[in-house]
Design a protein around this ligand. Structure first.
Ligand SMILES: *[C@@H]1O[C@H](CO)[C@@H](O)[C@H](O)[C@H]1NC(C)=O
Ligand SMILES: *[C@@H]1O[C@H](CO)[C@@H](O)[C@H](O)[C@H]1NC(C)=O
Ligand SMILES: *[C@@H]1O[C@H](CO)[C@@H](O)[C@H](O)[C@H]1NC(C)=O
Ligand SMILES: *[C@@H]1O[C@H](CO)[C@@H](O)[C@H](O)[C@H]1NC(C)=O
Length: 305
């Protein structure tokens, strides 16, 4: 794993149509509409209680840094609809992304915020023919969520985090998206048995598609994990970097997680390949990650080529 903090700017790119004289050889290709040095399309998946509107600034950052990039924020399950069960949302996000991937022979980038990061993981693991190059996870509870936050209060009025497991770990609860990644470290057996989403994605509960899901996930070339201690929503914030609480609520880092050690879904392989990049920023609140220009230049720009 490599840590990077302040890699601002990316090497200048020459885009077809700029002033550098083109070798004659390339002319026929250009005339045939072949793109010589294009940026890959970027697909953005929003988080809970938001939608495309919240990603206007980020889309602008991308297009200004890399002119000509096709940026699509998938307009599905916006706002309150984001509470729908994740396994219901995944096929629809898959369909919308595949339409973009099929028109991009060189692949696409997937940039997913918060709950969207989990949707994207599920999409990557269950789609054999995806062509996602870089997967950027922007402050996403990748190892689960366990914390009293405003966001939680909107859904479970006045229920304390220690009691949420009663609501979440059953058939009805699993129909609410948050419950699909609710990870109560004090009710591990219940989480493993009744949570129908995260334990499968993490391979914490064995299932017959594990090997295939792992292979699908490993088609990505780079995984960029962005998060930080002042997030205020993702709890523990280290979940954005695949860390999580043990039964004493002490945070166990990614490399010491069992799903990492057993390489159940490909994370260890990806890391050994040098393709897991962690980006950490203090001073960024959850809902401002995607409009912070410093975060964009230091954690995203370089990878979205
Ligand atoms: C976009 O940036 C402007 C200026 O920095 C800010 O006022 C606005 O709240 C941002 N919009 C979003 C959706 O974050
Ligand atoms: C990891 O492997 C050990 C030993 O084979 C096994 O006991 C454990 O359940 C596995 N855990 C996960 C999350 O796969
Ligand atoms: C939790 O804390 C207790 C007491 O400090 C200790 O004995 C135990 O080993 C800890 N458990 C874990 C999983 O670290
Ligand atoms: C943007 O991110 C930087 C960290 O790189 C942080 O210091 C700053 O406070 C953030 N700005 C806002 C408006 O969140």
């Amino acid at each position: 794993m490599r840590q990077f903090k302040c890699l601002s700017g990316s090497p200048p790119r020459v885009v077809a149509g700029s002033h550098r004289p083109l070798p004659l050889l390339l002319l026929p290709l250009l005339l045939a509409g072949v793109c010589i040095d294009c940026y890959k399309p970027v697909i953005i998946v929003h988080g809970i209680f938001d939608g495309p509107k919240q990603f206007r600034n980020l889309s602008k950052f991308i297009k200004e840094a890399h002119p000509g990039t096709e940026v699509t924020v998938i307009d599905l399950y916006d706002n309150l609809a984001s509470l729908q069960p994740l396994w219901k949302q995944v096929p629809d996000f898959r369909k919308a992304s595949m339409a973009i991937m099929q028109k991009a022979p060189d692949g696409v980038h997937l940039l997913c915020f918060s709950q969207g990061g989990l949707l994207c993981r599920a999409l990557l693991s269950t789609t054999p023919n995806h062509n996602v190059h870089t997967f950027i996870s922007l402050s996403s509870p990748l190892a689960g969520q366990y914390g009293d936050t405003d966001c939680l209060q909107k859904v479970f009025h006045n229920v304390l985090k220690k009691n949420v497991h009663y609501l979440c770990y059953n058939k009805l609860g699993q129909k609410v998206s948050i419950c699909d990644y609710w990870n109560d470290p004090h009710y591990r057996p219940s989480y493993l048995q009744h949570n129908i989403f995260l334990p499968l994605l993490n391979g914490e509960r064995a299932h017959r598609d594990m090997k295939a899901w792992r292979e699908n996930f490993l088609r990505i070339k780079k995984l960029v994990l962005i998060g930080g201690p002042d997030d205020g929503v993702i709890t523990p914030w280290q979940s954005s970097h695949f860390g999580f609480y043990d039964s004493n609520e002490s945070v166990v880092e990614m490399q010491n997680q069992e799903f990492y050690g057993n390489d159940t879904f490909g994370l260890k392989t990806l890391d050994a390949r040098g393709d897991v990049l962690m980006c950490l920023h203090s001073g960024v609140k959850h809902t401002t990650w995607h409009s912070n220009f410093t975060v964009f230049t230091s954690c995203m720009e370089k990878w979205l080529t």
